[in-house]
Design a protein around this ligand. Structure first.
Ligand SMILES: [Zn+2]
Length: 427
């Protein structure tokens, strides 16, 4: 059954979304005041309990799941996630909404208290307002708007607050998927209310390949360098080949996935760090460098795939080694994140599109993210392809000083998510 978005029920949902906005603002502020900073992962338990208390008070069951067995789950910095579930009027599909409640450190340059949750100029200010505590509030209050509008749905709504997204999400969403709590067996759709602008739906991200290259030389006296072999010179040759041969090639490749900003539609490679020889500014001895090390960040496209990406790097290194006498190197993988993309015409995308055009009276933009986020775990570990990111907040403000979220955005996203949820659960 195709639920229309122009009927009286939708009016009721939109009015209910408007009526909860003050409470949604207050809840966001409460969450902002808990400085769940990652690293190292502070006050996670308080963050989880704050969300859990809300869920329990609004007809959800609440469940706390610690990342048992994960090395980052320590007595000092426990990794605690929370999930709430509310059953609909009849059996059906499950919509899972997930937000990470960890935030990056405040950093410098603030004119507001980063954890003061000030409200002014129609905005809530503070670290984690847009990325993504307001998003968590949007999910919670969308569910609450449905309850107050007396809207019956089938299936169930689940809402989770998870940790560590900013450091990869392994003790957060990845853990919930790995232990089977959130997988294709029990979850049909997922919405992650990350800040991607309130009229845009994000359908995935590029892949990431971090790798280490170490070059091996031979130590000798610095006054007779010809008796040794410089690992730094060799690393220089590799860096030069990357700059003049590989990077121009990568710049020609464009993905069909609608990544924003547009320049991120290309394949890229960044050198994260280079070190070699004797470390530091302390006393130095005259030595030829016998070791150099660099870490690279290659962002690859869905169309490239990981195997071809790695093979291309191996080939480049081999060609440099073939023309630089004595060059010896090791290549090792540091991290691989595969690209992910929501299937075209996914019901979760379509229901959000319809809801955005109803609430904002404009056409939704379909985009993909330049960096990765927890969608990778829903997709690759949970095998839940019908996952997107949609939430309040301006993408460019994430991780910036004076981060804020617009209250109007928050209100609109509550209405959009509530309408989309109704459509998904009554389909
Ligand atoms: Zn985020």
């Amino acid at each position: 059954m195709e639920a229309s978005l122009e009927g009286p029920q939708d009016e009721r949902i939109i009015r209910a979304a408007e009526s909860v906005i003050d409470e949604a603002v207050e809840f966001t502020r409460e969450l902002i005041r808990i400085p769940t900073v990652n690293p190292p992962g502070e006050f996670y338990e308080d963050g989880a309990r704050c969300i859990g208390r809300w869920l329990k008070g609004k007809g959800f069951t609440e469940e706390y799941i610690a990342a048992e067995g994960m090395p980052e789950h320590t007595a000092k910095h426990p990794r605690i996630n929370v999930i709430g579930r509310r059953e609909g009027a009849r059996p059906g599909k499950t919509l899972h909404m997930n937000g990470h409640f960890d935030v990056v450190p405040a950093g410098r340059g603030w004119t507001k208290d980063p954890f003061g949750a000030e409200v002014s100029d129609g905005k809530i200010w503070g670290r984690g307002t847009c990325d993504m505590k307001a998003g968590i509030a949007a999910a919670l209050f969308a569910a609450e708007a449905l309850r107050r509008a007396d809207v019956e749905t089938g299936g169930a709504i689940e809402i989770s607050g998870t940790v560590d997204e900013e450091s990869g999400g392994y003790a957060g969403v990845a853990h919930l998927c790995k232990i089977g709590r959130v997988t294709a067996q029990n979850t049909h759709f997922a919405i992650i209310p990350e800040p991607l602008n309130v009229d845009r739906i994000c359908v995935g991200h590029r892949g990431v390949y971090w790798f280490d290259v170490v070059t091996h030389g031979r130590i000798a006296h610095g006054s007779m360098p010809y008796l040794g072999h410089s690992a730094i010179d060799d690393m220089g040759a590799i860096l030069e080949a990357i700059r003049t041969e590989l990077q121009p090639e990568l710049a020609k490749r464009m993905t069909k996935v609608p990544v924003v900003p547009e320049l991120s539609r290309r394949a890229t490679l960044n050198v994260n760090t280079v070190s070699g020889g004797q470390v530091g500014e302390d006393v130095q001895s005259p030595c030829v460098a016998d070791r150099a090390h660099a870490i690279f960040d290659r962002r690859f496209l869905l169309e490239e795939g990981f195997d071809a990406t790695k093979a291309e790097i191996q080939k480049l290194l081999e060609s440099v080694a073939a023309r630089v006498p004595g060059l010896r190197y090791d290549l090792s993988d540091r991290m691989v994140v595969h690209p992910t993309a929501t299937p075209e015409n996914s019901p979760v995308t379509q229901s959000l599109q319809a809801a955005i055009s109803r609430v904002l009276r404009k056409e939704a933009q379909i985009i993909a993210s330049p960096g990765t986020y927890d969608q990778k775990h829903f997709d690759r570990i949970g095998h839940i392809p019908h996952t997107v990111a949609y939430g309040p907040g301006v993408l460019d403000l994430a991780h910036q000083p004076d981060e804020w979220v617009g209250i109007e955005d928050l209100k609109n996203s509550i209405a959009v998510i509530a309408l989309a949820a109704t459509k998904l659960l009554n389909a």
